[in-house]
Design a protein around this ligand. Structure first.
Ligand code: MG
Ligand code: MG
Length: 613
């Protein structure tokens, strides 16, 4: 596979783009002409730079409004083409991308277009160059790749071929089957892009919302299978127009692009996704002054101190199958996490079927590995970097035990009735969401639920659920573009992306919550109006409704079953816990999220308002 990307896909000046693209491991680039025109350097400089970086220039693009022009525009178009051929000579690329004509002057007519391309082919061949024709979904006469192919076929010139772009075929819902009948040697380039399903004119959709394969809803896999069927072995080139991508860290975007290609076309080279069996432990980084208050909160929630690390200031608190570590050591990864992020989750350990397979897949997808010095006799746990600089540890369920580093603490009373981690919710910048979605979906066998939009009193929060079939791994990603939403404040005021809350399961939420209250726990206040509305919607048993109201328990119901949930107050304004009881219900209480966000907004310290004058 020749892995390529169009320079338009990422932000920065051309030289910066090329360095980033090479660093992410691409073999080739398409030079987007605007990037060259605005660049302060010659074509030969660009050629040299690419050669030094080991990048081949697989195409110069786009050449617009060519086929089917009347005179004098036709003659002008050929003159323009000759100039671009000169430029291609200096850049050292042999392929020019011509996209279908959108000019109101265009005359249409398949034979007329074929004739123009035959002449173009003659001129290109005289210089050892080639020209590829791409149907834009909004082309004036040619907007379907099947028509573009017919024109290329009739042009019948070895220097003229077709360029296939997944977006232009899939967005208008053209069948992809006919691609398989195009001879591979007539396909000069394959461009790949995905997009979310939007009800938008195809031009705006393409110019602003394209994303990497797998990040959107278009069946790019079907498109790829049709390409594979032709035997095409040329470059697969990502061509993404997305303002958000160009505004992001170029390095991250290029890496996401490389991952999408590996996942789409390199699946065979990757290790199969290993099964995630559950969450072994969640580690909190705090400073010594916050270790005791966090421990006290956990104790009120029914956790018991079950272990102390033999060499570091780390405590293990347990209940049911849940293990939480409080790490306040001064010379560890947790410390540096605390310094940059404040109190919060610095690591999540997942139990997976095959750690070696997991790490090999992570490595192939260029996930950043992590090692830290360990004391004598301590075990190293394979880890990679996750959201907000936190770590994801991988452990096999049985061997060897991760808690050999802990000295057991004699039981100090019965633990509570929580069962296991139900889900972990993470906040991130809006621009990062697609990237982390791809990260998780690339590593784990998780399905993406449809994205939800939740009203926050101060804006909108987007929420994306990723979960595996067994429910042993459930992740909820939240992001907001509005700066004052709780989701955003967790980021901007409370030190960056990371775990926002962890939900635990129980069998009887009323019993569990009442024990927690008896131990001094208190929960997020829910207004009476909520319960009046619940009653109107569900005609609940008055006794049940009364105890929900008394205990600030939220409720939801769907075709699968019923759901109860309750939230703690936020710890240090940074994270909180949720307790859930599922009765067949598979969702996350989305209808209640707005109620929860409003309650948290009331509890949060006043917003910092911009000062005037
Ligand atoms: Mg294209
Ligand atoms: Mg939740």
């Amino acid at each position: 596979m020749i892995r390529s990307i169009a320079t338009v896909s990422i932000g920065g000046a051309l030289d910066e783009k090329l360095r980033t693209i090479a660093a992410a491991g691409f073999d080739a680039v398409e030079i987007f002409e605007n990037d060259f025109t605005s660049f302060d350097g010659s074509a030969r400089d660009v050629a040299r730079m690419c050669a030094d970086l080991g990048l081949r220039i697989c195409a110069l693009q786009p050449f617009r409004d060519f086929e089917g022009m009347p005179e004098p525009q036709r003659k002008q178009a050929f003159r323009r083409a000759e100039k671009k051929f000169d430029l291609m000579g200096e850049l050292g690329t042999d392929l020019l991308l011509v996209c279908s004509n959108v000019s109101p002057l265009a005359l249409g007519g398949i034979d007329r277009a074929a004739e123009d391309f035959r002449e173009m082919g003659e001129r290109a061949a005289a210089r050892g160059l080639r020209v590829g024709f791409e149907a834009l979904a909004w082309g004036r006469y040619v907007n379907d790749y099947r028509d573009a192919w017919e024109i290329v076929r009739r042009a019948n010139h070895p220097a003229i071929g077709i360029i296939l772009d997944s977006f232009h075929a899939l967005a208008p819902r053209f069948p992809v089957g006919p691609i398989a009948t195009i001879p591979a040697d007539r396909i000069f380039l394959v461009q790949l892009a995905d997009a979310p399903q939007l009800d938008l004119d195809v031009l705006s959709w393409s110019r602003h919302f394209r994303c990497f394969p797998g990040q959107g809803n278009l069946p790019v896999g079907d498109f790829m299978r049709a390409i594979d069927a032709t035997g095409y072995k040329g470059a697969l080139s990502l061509e993404i127009f997305n303002d958000q991508f160009r505004a992001q860290s170029t390095k991250e975007v290029a890496l996401d692009g490389m991952r999408s290609l590996l996942l789409l076309a390199g699946e065979r080279a990757l290790h199969d996704r290993t099964k995630v069996c559950g969450v072994a432990f969640v580690e909190f980084a705090v400073d010594p002054t916050h270790a005791a208050p966090l421990a006290a909160l956990l104790r009120r929630l029914g956790f018991r101190l079950t272990g102390r690390h033999r060499s570091k200031a780390v405590e293990r608190w347990s209940q049911g199958a849940i293990n939480l570590l409080i790490n306040s050591s001064q010379d560890s990864f947790a410390r540096s996490h605390y310094v940059t992020h404040g109190s919060g989750v610095c690591a999540i350990a997942l139990e997976v079927d095959d750690v070696a397979a997991m790490m090999s897949r992570a490595d192939a997808l260029q996930a950043a590995g992590f090692r830290q010095p360990v004391g004598t006799g301590e075990m190293t746990i394979p880890a990679i970097r996750g959201v907000g600089g936190s770590l994801l540890y991988f452990l096999e369920p049985m061997s060897p035990n991760w808690d050999i580093d802990f000295v057991a603490v004699a039981s100090e009373g019965e633990p509570g009735t929580l069962g296991e981690v139900d889900h972990i919710s993470q906040s991130m910048r809006f621009e990062e969401m697609l990237s982390w979605e791809q990260f998780y979906a690339g590593l784990f066998d998780v399905q993406r639920a449809p994205q939800l939009e939740i009203a926050d009193p101060l804006g909108l929060v987007k929420s994306q659920v990723l979960q595996n079939r067994s429910g042993s791994l459930r992740l909820v990603l939240n992001a907001s573009t509005a700066t004052q939403t709780m989701s955003s404040r967790f980021l901007s005021e409370f030190f960056g992306a990371g775990v926002q809350h962890i939900a635990f399961t129980c069998d009887d939420i009323f019993k569990t919550v009442s024990a927690m209250r008896a131990a001094g726990a208190s929960f997020l206040d829910i207004p009476d109006n909520y319960y009046a509305d619940l009653d109107s919607r569900y005609e609940l048993d008055p006794g049940l409704l009364g105890s929900m109201k008394e205990n600030a328990i939220l409720y939801d119901r769907d075709d699968d079953g019923e759901f109860f949930q309750v939230y703690t107050h936020a710890f240090e304004e940074r994270f909180f816990f949720e307790i859930v009881q599922r009765r067949g219900y598979k969702g996350f209480g989305a209808p209640n999220a707005g109620i929860r966000l409003a309650a948290q907004t009331r509890e949060a310290r006043p917003r910092t308002m911009p000062r005037i004058g």
